[in-house]
Design a protein around this ligand. Structure first.
Ligand SMILES: Nc1ncnc2c1ncn2[C@@H]1O[C@H](COP(=O)(O)OP(=O)(O)OP(=O)(O)O)[C@@H](O)[C@H]1O
Ligand SMILES: [Mg+2]
Length: 243
């Protein structure tokens, strides 16, 4: 199992009270799945994603990534595992504003012992795969929101991670642009990437192959998406450079 949560919970303590962000929750995600985590604001989606992405640790329960119990990883080991296995995409893009698009995309390769020339080559390829090959020397602020999210996806895939975690990747975009970003994620899933995407939009979630619904820190349903999808016709976006 690629991702496995065994009764993980998360609570935050303040002086007066404890907030339970995630009730004991179990979840298994196999390699190659495209899972949407659907729920309203405050339901615990990001909390769950952050644990899956080794950005945070559960308060109780066991979390395994690629078969490995993550409880005893040092912060360095967790960072290394994260860098090898996972690419992140966030609602607000999180690009470095003073770096060019190319430099932003090269960033995850900085600590992986890849030569400068190779970094540039791979980043350029990742940017072409998201159709941003013509904007590589621009600054993020010179791009539209959709283009910035494409750059963020290029950054997420440049290390060829097994898993892409996307927290509201379409949340800041208009619906047409959001749809394009979604198509990119679908294309990446088709070439074998495992995708976990957080959304509060059921129409977005329905493009995944499985929907995990979460409410008040609890998984309330976990079901495959069964509709036949006419949009599957234009799904064969060329994302092979990222493969
Ligand atoms: N660092 C923290 N300290 C205290 N409470 C927190 C912290 N992080 C999250 N919470 C609380 O945990 C609950 C779940 O938060 P979470 O960010 O996971 O929700 P979400 O489903 O991602 O919401 P949104 O759709 O608004 O992003 C919320 O009630 C939130 O206030
Ligand atoms: Mg959130």
């Amino acid at each position: 199992m690629l991702i496995e949560a065994r009764r993980i919970s998360k609570s935050y303590r303040s002086d007066s009270a404890a907030v339970i962000a995630l009730q004991p929750t179990s979840l298994q995600i196999e390699s190659g799945e495209f899972v949407a985590i659907l729920g309203p604001s405050g339901s615990g989606k990001s909390t769950l994603m952050n644990i899956i992405g080794l950005l945070d640790r559960p308060s109780s329960g066991q979390f395994l990534l690629d078969g490995r119990d993550c409880a005893h990883l040092t912060d360095d080991q967790a960072a290394r595992m994260r860098n090898q296995l996972i690419g992140f995409v966030f609602q607000a893009y999180h690009l470095l504003p003073r770096q060019t698009v190319l430099s932003n995309v090269e960033l995850p390769l900085l600590y992986s012992g890849v030569t400068r020339a190779e970094r540039k080559l791979r980043a350029t390829r990742a940017l072409s795969a998201v159709k941003l090959g013509h904007r590589i020397e621009h600054l993020p602020s010179q791009l539209s929101g959709g283009e910035q999210q494409r750059a963020a996806i290029a950054r997420a895939i440049v290390t060829k991670p097994a898993i892409i975690l996307a927290d509201e990747p379409t949340g800041a975009l208009d619906s047409a642009t959001g749809w394009e970003i979604l198509q990119l994620l679908i294309a990446l899933n088709r070439i074998g990437r495992t995708i976990v995407m957080v959304t509060h939009d059921v129409n977005i979630a329905r493009q995944a192959s499985r929907i995990v619904s979460i409410r008040d820190g609890n998984i309330i349903s976990d079901e495959p998406v069964v509709t036949t999808k006419p949009e599957a016709v234009d799904r064969a976006e060329p994302c092979d450079e990222a493969a």
